[in-house]
Design a protein around this ligand. Sequence first.
Ligand SMILES: [Zn+2]
Ligand SMILES: [Zn+2]
Length: 289
Amino acid sequence: MTEHTALPAGQRNAIGVTLGLLGDEWSLLILREALLGATRFVDWRARLPISNAVLAARLQRLTEAGLFLRGNGYRLTERGADSWSVLLSIWAWEDRWVPSHPERLPDRVHRLCGKPFDPVLVCSACDTAVLATDHTLEGGFGPSGSWERSVPEATTRRRSAGDAGLFPETTALIGNRWSAALVGAAFQGVHRFSDFQRCLNTSPTMVADRIRTLCALGVLGDDYRLTAKGLAFFPVVMCLVGWAQRWYRAAEGPALSYRHLPCGAGFEAALDCSSCGDRLVRKDVVPTS
Ligand SMILES: [Zn+2]
Ligand SMILES: [Zn+2]
């Protein structure tokens, strides 16, 4: 599937739909293994501590959403394979910031230069690195953007009858609709309890609970601002936003729209190799175990 999905006016925007789909630990793990070569049901069963029922349900959902093509097993579509930058950013963040990781993450080697690397978030137009702290992006909600339309519907969330615990912190950040919205608000500069509550438009109890979780993970500090660990999640957020808006388009226009001030171009996230500086493409990012 190479075409984007048109979203009706007034409904969930690209961000809300994407968080409903990928803000789920099993789905991320299934995609990760698919990017590493899994194509058959038994491949995922052998690689993940996942039950038949959960795997079947997730594969069906991802297939219906156009990320897999069913035939001789499950093959990633262009849309599914395009999630590699999100998975790579998660992998690098967990590797750096989650020291007690439940599984040993493989080293990353860039096939083009042969060196270990970290992905560096850059502007696709001018190739300059972009950090959450450098304030070089101007913008925010576009025509289909609002908090309400960016939060996945409650019915799309299935609570954790057996989360894998393999991406525990990423799951805590984006695997829950309110956490994801809170992280989004924090990246837009929100840091007061009342402002978080206004953005999320949910109960103070829920907001307090989510803030407590993010503080406990060290993603938010005591002042409710993003810590270094929280700010380092920026590439995951921007790659997720990029994927969302490449594959889902609301009738009114984008949910989020940013301009990169140094070059003036509309911002699109890309990843460079920290070792050689070249643009990363999926086929050159190979894990070694
Ligand atoms: Zn630029
Ligand atoms: Zn390289």
